[in-house]
Design a protein around this ligand. Structure first.
Ligand code: ZN
Length: 147
Protein backbone atom coordinates (compact mmCIF):
# COMPACT_ATOMS: atom_id res chain seq x y z
CA UNK A 1 0.00 0.00 0.00
CA UNK A 2 1.46 3.38 -0.88
CA UNK A 3 1.30 6.35 1.42
CA UNK A 4 -1.54 8.05 -0.44
CA UNK A 5 -3.72 4.96 -0.13
CA UNK A 6 -2.94 4.70 3.58
CA UNK A 7 -3.79 8.38 4.10
CA UNK A 8 -6.98 7.93 2.13
CA UNK A 9 -7.95 5.00 4.32
CA UNK A 10 -7.44 6.98 7.54
CA UNK A 11 -9.62 9.81 6.21
CA UNK A 12 -12.37 7.41 5.13
CA UNK A 13 -12.25 5.72 8.54
CA UNK A 14 -12.47 8.99 10.50
CA UNK A 15 -15.33 10.18 8.30
CA UNK A 16 -17.23 6.94 8.71
CA UNK A 17 -16.73 6.72 12.47
CA UNK A 18 -15.70 10.15 13.74
CA UNK A 19 -13.98 10.16 17.14
CA UNK A 20 -15.28 12.41 19.93
CA UNK A 21 -18.45 13.10 17.98
CA UNK A 22 -21.50 14.54 19.76
CA UNK A 23 -22.21 17.29 22.19
CA UNK A 24 -20.08 17.66 25.30
CA UNK A 25 -22.36 18.19 28.30
CA UNK A 26 -19.69 19.70 30.55
CA UNK A 27 -17.99 22.39 28.44
CA UNK A 28 -16.80 25.95 29.02
CA UNK A 29 -15.80 26.94 25.47
CA UNK A 30 -17.90 26.47 22.39
CA UNK A 31 -17.96 27.85 18.86
CA UNK A 32 -19.67 27.15 15.58
CA UNK A 33 -17.83 26.99 12.30
CA UNK A 34 -19.26 27.45 8.83
CA UNK A 35 -17.64 26.98 5.46
CA UNK A 36 -20.06 28.50 2.94
CA UNK A 37 -18.06 27.27 -0.06
CA UNK A 38 -18.76 23.64 0.75
CA UNK A 39 -21.65 23.92 3.20
CA UNK A 40 -19.75 22.35 6.11
CA UNK A 41 -21.12 23.28 9.52
CA UNK A 42 -19.81 22.13 12.84
CA UNK A 43 -19.79 23.05 16.50
CA UNK A 44 -16.85 22.37 18.79
CA UNK A 45 -17.14 22.01 22.56
CA UNK A 46 -14.14 22.25 24.85
CA UNK A 47 -13.59 21.80 28.52
CA UNK A 48 -10.52 23.83 29.47
CA UNK A 49 -9.33 23.51 33.06
CA UNK A 50 -7.71 26.10 35.35
CA UNK A 51 -4.25 25.12 34.05
CA UNK A 52 -5.32 25.93 30.46
CA UNK A 53 -5.32 22.28 29.48
CA UNK A 54 -7.99 20.95 27.13
CA UNK A 55 -9.44 18.23 29.31
CA UNK A 56 -12.09 17.23 26.86
CA UNK A 57 -13.17 18.16 23.36
CA UNK A 58 -16.02 17.04 21.14
CA UNK A 59 -17.67 18.19 17.95
CA UNK A 60 -20.91 17.76 16.13
CA UNK A 61 -22.25 18.90 12.81
CA UNK A 62 -22.55 17.98 9.18
CA UNK A 63 -20.03 18.34 6.46
CA UNK A 64 -18.05 16.66 3.75
CA UNK A 65 -15.68 13.77 4.41
CA UNK A 66 -12.65 16.05 4.67
CA UNK A 67 -14.22 18.40 7.23
CA UNK A 68 -15.51 15.53 9.36
CA UNK A 69 -12.29 13.53 9.24
CA UNK A 70 -10.25 16.63 10.00
CA UNK A 71 -12.39 17.47 13.04
CA UNK A 72 -12.16 13.89 14.26
CA UNK A 73 -8.36 13.84 13.93
CA UNK A 74 -8.15 17.29 15.53
CA UNK A 75 -10.07 16.24 18.64
CA UNK A 76 -7.71 13.28 19.08
CA UNK A 77 -4.69 15.59 18.77
CA UNK A 78 -5.97 18.24 21.16
CA UNK A 79 -7.40 16.21 24.00
CA UNK A 80 -5.13 16.57 27.02
CA UNK A 81 -3.02 19.31 25.43
CA UNK A 82 -2.44 22.84 26.73
CA UNK A 83 -4.26 25.54 24.78
CA UNK A 84 -0.91 26.99 23.70
CA UNK A 85 -0.20 23.69 21.95
CA UNK A 86 -3.54 24.00 20.12
CA UNK A 87 -2.44 27.32 18.63
CA UNK A 88 0.90 25.79 17.67
CA UNK A 89 -0.70 22.77 16.02
CA UNK A 90 -3.13 24.96 14.10
CA UNK A 91 -0.21 26.98 12.76
CA UNK A 92 1.63 23.83 11.73
CA UNK A 93 -1.45 22.24 10.24
CA UNK A 94 -2.35 25.36 8.30
CA UNK A 95 1.15 25.49 6.84
CA UNK A 96 0.95 21.80 5.98
CA UNK A 97 -2.33 22.00 4.03
CA UNK A 98 -1.50 25.27 2.31
CA UNK A 99 1.92 24.02 1.34
CA UNK A 100 3.77 26.98 2.80
CA UNK A 101 5.98 24.84 5.02
CA UNK A 102 6.94 21.62 3.33
CA UNK A 103 8.38 19.17 5.79
CA UNK A 104 6.33 20.20 8.81
CA UNK A 105 4.35 16.96 8.57
CA UNK A 106 6.66 15.13 10.97
CA UNK A 107 5.67 17.33 13.91
CA UNK A 108 1.96 16.88 13.37
CA UNK A 109 1.55 13.17 13.92
CA UNK A 110 -1.61 11.73 12.48
CA UNK A 111 -2.80 15.14 11.25
CA UNK A 112 -0.30 14.72 8.42
CA UNK A 113 -2.73 12.42 6.62
CA UNK A 114 -4.52 15.57 5.45
CA UNK A 115 -1.44 16.84 3.65
CA UNK A 116 -3.01 15.73 0.36
CA UNK A 117 -5.63 18.50 0.45
CA UNK A 118 -2.93 21.00 -0.47
CA UNK A 119 -3.41 19.82 -4.06
CA UNK A 120 -7.06 20.94 -3.84
CA UNK A 121 -7.18 24.58 -2.68
CA UNK A 122 -10.98 24.54 -2.36
CA UNK A 123 -10.73 21.70 0.18
CA UNK A 124 -8.24 23.52 2.39
CA UNK A 125 -11.14 25.37 4.02
CA UNK A 126 -12.91 22.07 4.70
CA UNK A 127 -9.80 20.80 6.49
CA UNK A 128 -9.17 23.95 8.51
CA UNK A 129 -12.79 24.75 9.49
CA UNK A 130 -12.67 22.81 12.76
CA UNK A 131 -9.40 24.52 13.71
CA UNK A 132 -10.87 27.97 13.07
CA UNK A 133 -13.79 27.00 15.30
CA UNK A 134 -11.48 25.85 18.11
CA UNK A 135 -9.47 29.03 17.85
CA UNK A 136 -12.67 31.09 18.10
CA UNK A 137 -13.85 29.05 21.08
CA UNK A 138 -10.54 29.53 22.89
CA UNK A 139 -10.65 33.24 22.20
CA UNK A 140 -14.18 33.54 23.51
CA UNK A 141 -15.88 34.08 20.14
CA UNK A 142 -19.08 32.28 19.29
CA UNK A 143 -18.49 31.53 15.65
CA UNK A 144 -15.96 31.22 12.87
CA UNK A 145 -16.34 31.36 9.15
CA UNK A 146 -13.81 30.41 6.53
CA UNK A 147 -14.91 33.44 4.47
ZN1 ZN B 1 -16.17 20.51 2.88
Amino acid sequence: MDLDALYQEVIVDHNRSPRNFGKLSDFNCKAEGFNPLCGDRLTVYLKVNADDVIEDIRFEGEGCAISTASASLMTESLKGQPTSRAEELFGGFHDLVTGSAAGSAGKLGKLAVLEGVRAFPSRVKCATLCWHAVQSALRGKASASTE
